[in-house]
Ligand binder design. Structure first.
Ligand code: GLY
Ligand code: MN
Ligand code: MN
Length: 488
């Protein structure tokens, strides 16, 4: 930050002629006396006998699946690096999903390397930034020195916690550049590592690695399902927080709602899993409304689409559309109840062995029926569905895989995802909606400016499904009763 001690700022602080200093060759402007002084007098804080993290056994299984898919090849999966916001300020760091999935680690600059060993199989090594050296001044003179950014795990500590041998990441680029044999890298996270591998990799082969890691995450293990439950439970509490302050939000804006939900996300989890959509009134019709700077008016609806991301980086993705004054108007209720009915049909279609598309088709059919019934579309419903005419008001697909990324498994092949079959352990959202733009002249005026979405997180089980976000009411009367209770 601005007050960081750098060689330049140190120079300004040097005593003038009174105490003549010896010249320090390593860091000009730093006296040998000060360098000597900073070198010593620090306690040994090394931690011993650390227990492995809760998911260490799971990350080993995930690495084994990756190893089996690419025998004989070196595989390189970086966490990513800090991104500069301006000058010496960085954006908050969030590890690449793939790195965290395979290691349970989330630290910047980390790189997982699987080296082929034996006839098949791999040896995993984690390359990390070690503790700062105090002898050479790095501890306080480098901008990644621990004096400024905080204590890091030592390599030995990381090994104990993560169950993976660890080495100094600063040696990795040269080692990769010198290495022989086939190699693949997960692109888009670490330019230094990618540069070291430029002549050894191809985009096509690297994409196969990315696709594999996307598809591998489709079925969640026990640890992951526990994390998704945690994410949803915190999200339920975050929605309750918002309802409790809706009166204050009326006095301010959607900003208050965003801030209220974020407080819960940050205290119980790591962050929000995506930019919260806090859309009051007609803003609900803008699907990616993340400006959250509009007014919150009684009589309007609030579409709140938000999810807490846990500290191990699993996110919920939940939407409720709430009457700001606590009671839906007739037209709001009519549209809301139609979306609810569509969601019920969608959730019922989430079953092991069903096609992924089934729940989408089930929900879209209900919405098309309603639009025909209301006279907004000419029937028959089959024709509407065939021509996708309902899409003017339904706008988006009915759901997606959920996990470490809100749109999880996003680069999976079509046959493995959209054209695939649901299996126990998959988790997906079911989120139909209807949106009537303020300037839509094809609908009666009373519809205009109303946007409704209801979104829940559904786990596919052995014999059906479980709605993880059932802690939040969905039926319109239940939503009203819940809001009345919370507002007291
Ligand atoms: N919040 C993003 C989504 O619902 O897909
Ligand atoms: Mn979603
Ligand atoms: Mn959502």
């Amino acid at each position: 930050m601005a007050d960081e001690l750098t060689p330049e700022t140190l120079e300004e602080e040097q005593p003038q002629e009174k105490h003549k200093q010896r010249k320090n060759t390593l860091y000009p402007g730093v006296s040998d006396e000060l360098a000597d002084n900073m070198r010593t007098g620090w306690a040994d804080t090394e931690l011993h006998g650390l227990k492995p993290i809760a998911q260490a056994a799971h990350t080993a299984t995930r690495r084994a699946a990756l190893s089996a898919r690419f025998p004989g090849e070196r595989l390189v999966v970086p966490a990513g690096r800090l991104k500069t916001r301006s000058n010496d300020c960085e954006y908050p760091f969030r590890s690449s999903t793939e790195y965290a999935y395979l290691t349970g680690d989330q630290t910047e600059n980390g790189v997982l390397v699987l080296e082929p060993s034996g006839t098949s199989g791999h040896t995993a090594t984690l390359y990390l930034l070690p503790r700062s050296n105090r002898e050479n001044g790095e501890f306080w003179l480098s901008n990644q020195g621990e004096l400024w950014v905080g204590r890091r795990r030592s390599l030995a500590e990381a090994e104990q916690l993560l169950g993976i041998p660890a080495k100094d990441v600063r040696e990795l680029a040269d080692a990769l550049a010198a290495a022989e044999g086939p190699v693949r890298v997960l692109r888009g996270h670490d330019a230094v590592i990618e540069k070291a591998l430029t002549d050894k990799v191809t985009a096509e082969r690297d994409e196969e690695l990315r696709v594999f890691l996307s598809e591998a995450r489709a079925v969640k293990d026990r640890f992951e399902i526990g994390e998704l439950r945690k994410a949803v439970d915190s999200t339920v509490r975050g929605f309750e927080d918002v309802v409790k302050v809706l009166d204050k939000a009326e006095a301010t804006s959607e900003r208050y709602i965003e801030g209220t939900f974020f407080l819960r996300a940050r205290v119980e989890g790591n962050d929000v899993g995506y930019g919260s959509i806090c859309a009051a009134g007609p803003n609900a019709c803008t699907l990616h409304w993340v400006r959250n700077d509009g007014e919150v008016r009684p009589g309007d609806l609030l579409l709140l689409d938000a999810g807490v991301e846990t500290r191990d980086l699993y996110t919920a993705d939940v939407t409720r559309t709430l009457p700001i004054n606590g009671t839906y108007s007739d037209i709001q209720r009519k549209i809301y109840d139609a979306v609810y009915e569509a969601q019920e049909a969608g959730i019922a279609a989430v079953q092991p062995g069903a096609k992924f598309r089934d729940f989408h088709d089930a929900a879209q059919r209900v919405l098309a029926e309603k639009l025909v019934e209301w006279g907004l579309l000419e029937g028959p419903v089959e024709r509407v569905l065939e021509l996708s005419l309902q899409r003017r008001w339904t706008l988006h697909g009915t759901g997606h895989m959920l996990g470490m990324d809100v749109h999880d498994c996003a680069v999976a092949r079509t046959e493995a995802y959209v054209d695939g079959t649901l299996q126990p352990g998959m988790c997906l959202t079911v989120e139909p909606g209807l949106y009537f733009q303020t300037d839509d002249l094809t609908v009666p005026e009373e519809y205009r400016g109303i946007g409704v979405r209801i979104e829940d997180d559904i786990l596919v089980t052995e014999d059906g499904n479980e709605n993880l976000s059932a802690g939040l009411p969905r039926a319109s009367a239940e939503v009203e009763a819940w809001m009345a209770r919370l507002k007291g």
